[in-house]
Design a protein around this ligand. Structure first.
Ligand code: SF4
Length: 232
């Protein structure tokens, strides 16, 4: 190993070690700050969580919960979504936006759950990804929150933004961000880590105006506005 390579190698190891230590501290503080963090989509079984997660695309959890309060009284099993005309389901989920696509996904997923999985929600990533309207994020939400299976890390808009600001990733696509987080976050925290970050993103690290002055992660954060002001 020549000297230049040796230096490069050791600085790389040091950098990885620093980021891992920083992640451990971030997890510790977020866990303490948001002990009540949990999945905000109201559901009483895995199938309801799957439907609610499909509906949550481009829609707030609050609005989804308002819609599903009636929806889950009317539709209890996958077959119920197949026994109505597509237009009727579309009207029932209309307030969540993109209702035609979402209705198509819910009906397509319901059909496959009945035909290929005996009416039960599958419990592996590979199988869930065969369902209409289900990508990695939805599959991770269902596996983690309905079954307690840590198959990956949920990456939504809050998780992306907070992770980028904290320097946990430089990536911009959910798939690549998830890979970075899987390497940094211990597997035992994969399910809760997004809930803590989402709570932090909603309350403090908001998209337009992060409240860095109130942030428990401020001294760990390379994007802190306080640091930027101090450097001016
Ligand atoms: S210091 Fe500011 S930018 Fe960094 S995590 Fe906290 S609120 Fe977000």
């Amino acid at each position: 190993m020549n000297l230049h390579f040796q230096r490069f190698f050791f600085s790389l190891v040091e950098m990885i070690y620093d980021t891992e230590r920083q992640t451990t501290e971030i997890i510790k503080r977020l866990k303490k700050e948001y002990p009540e963090a949990h999945c905000e989509l109201i559901h009483s079984n895995p199938f309801e969580l799957l439907v609610a997660t499909i509906l949550s695309a481009q829609c707030t959890d609050v609005r989804v919960n308002i819609v599903t309060a009636n929806l889950f009284r009317k539709y209890r099993k996958p077959i119920d979504y197949l026994n109505v005309a597509p237009e009727e389901l579309e009207q029932d989920i209309r307030p969540t936006g993109f209702f035609r696509n979402k209705a198509k996904s819910i009906r397509g997923a319901s059909l496959k759950i009945n035909e290929n999985f005996g009416g039960e929600i599958p419990q592996t990533m590979e199988e869930l990804l065969t369902l209409d309207g289900v990508a990695r994020k939805t599959a991770n939400v269902v596996l983690g929150n309905a079954f307690g299976i840590a198959s990956g890390v949920v990456v939504d808009t809050h998780v992306s933004r907070v992770s980028q600001r904290l320097g946990l990733t430089e990536e911009t696509t959910p798939e690549k961000i998830e890979k970075d987080l899987q390497e940094l976050v211990p597997k035992k925290d994969w399910i809760m880590f997004p809930h803590w970050q989402i709570a932090h993103g909603r309350k403090i690290c908001q998209a337009r105006k992060p409240k860095c002055v109130e942030c428990v992660l401020e001294n760990l954060c390379p994007s802190s506005r306080l640091k930027m002001i101090a450097a001016e």
